[in-house]
Design a protein around this ligand. Sequence first.
Ligand code: PA5
Length: 447
Amino acid sequence: MKENLSVNLKNASGFISYEEVIALAQQSARHLDTLNSGTGPGSDFLGWLSLPDDILQQLDRIEKTARHIRSVSDTTVVIGIGGSYLGSRAVIEALSHSFSPLLKSKHHDVIFAGQNICEDYLSDLLEILDGRDYSIVVISKSGTTTEPAIALRILKDHLEKKVGKAVASDRIIAITDAKKGSLRTLAETNSYETFVIPDNIGGRYSVLTPVGLLPIAISGFDIRALIKGAIAMKEITRNNKNASSNPSLLYAAARNLLLKHGKSIEIMVGFTPKLHYMSEWWKQLFGESEGKDGKGIFPASVDMTTDLHSLGQYIQDGQRILFETMISVENPGKKLIIPGEKDNSDQLNYIAGKRLSEVNHNAQTGTILAHNDGNVPIITINILSLDEYHIGQMIYFFEIACAISGYILDVNPFDQPGVEAYKKNMFALLNKPGYEEASKEIKERLK
Ligand code: PA5
């Protein structure tokens, strides 16, 4: 297995030929020029392209702040939603012990809030935080998003009552716009340490800024290795117009060809629960970037083998509008051998002595063959292991593939006009000042 992420189209070849993919990928290489010259739609939001290099100068400060937070608290609550939440959660969950909150050994817990407005969720969280010595990292690019703003108001009040205003101010870090938004004002009023989200980087492309890196560093993971992986993938993709050696071009072309063949739903498949939030991050990246103007592939996800016992039925046998993108991780982080048993009452001795990963690998191969037989094409993304370096590669790989794919679809991959619709209605229903007219209209509509 190669050190770098690779894309394998063998299990899609019954549906799209390699030659077709190469032809579209080669034709789409011009979108790299459009990105690099900043001449396409959404060109105000291309800061992420050079981010892995640009962020290097901030790593010392991010690490210093992470050390400080770890030294003064045992838990950090990261407040944010969408692009200000999913990237850090994806990386942290992929790298963490599967049961980290239950670990007895001393470690720093990172938990999340502000990604919903559920009363029970925040009440339960407050109960936990009563017994914790905690810090808060609040992230909002606009500084005005309702969900994180509510969570911050509640948690700030809780923390200030618990440790006093001065100590709370030392334990709240804000990551937001350089100048505007109510979070910026609040941070300045309360003298919180702040990090800036650059204007030219949209939320879903911001994981390699302090938005993702600070929570990841607070969790104890190596952000330098993550960035190193992203830089390596940048070298492979950003200026590489040779389709066959540019995995982002191949992936973008393959999924668009499958769409042309009527496969309008793409399911991200992982065979480890550690990838669950990576899929969530990917769904936001592609869903918000492509789903507009009546276009786009609907991004969904499953965790295998868990979901083979639920959605597996639909994938095998339901409407034939699906394709899968499978993340295949070569090396597990740990080793576990299935023990033998003298009386073999569970009839598992045929796999005794094997590693669990061998069984999982065979489940994966069996699934690929079964789904191919059920007319489901599969794109495979191979990575060596779930570590910081390879996750960094994967992040940059998907970001550039998403931008190219958006341009193939002829949409602006960097805006998200559709997310405003629910906000306007919610503000009108809650009588937010400035929404008086909308308020009257919506109440009329609900009569
Ligand atoms: O990708 C995006 O732009 C969105 O998902 C935002 O990240 C999300 O709405 C949160 O916005 P903000 O960071 O301004 O609070």
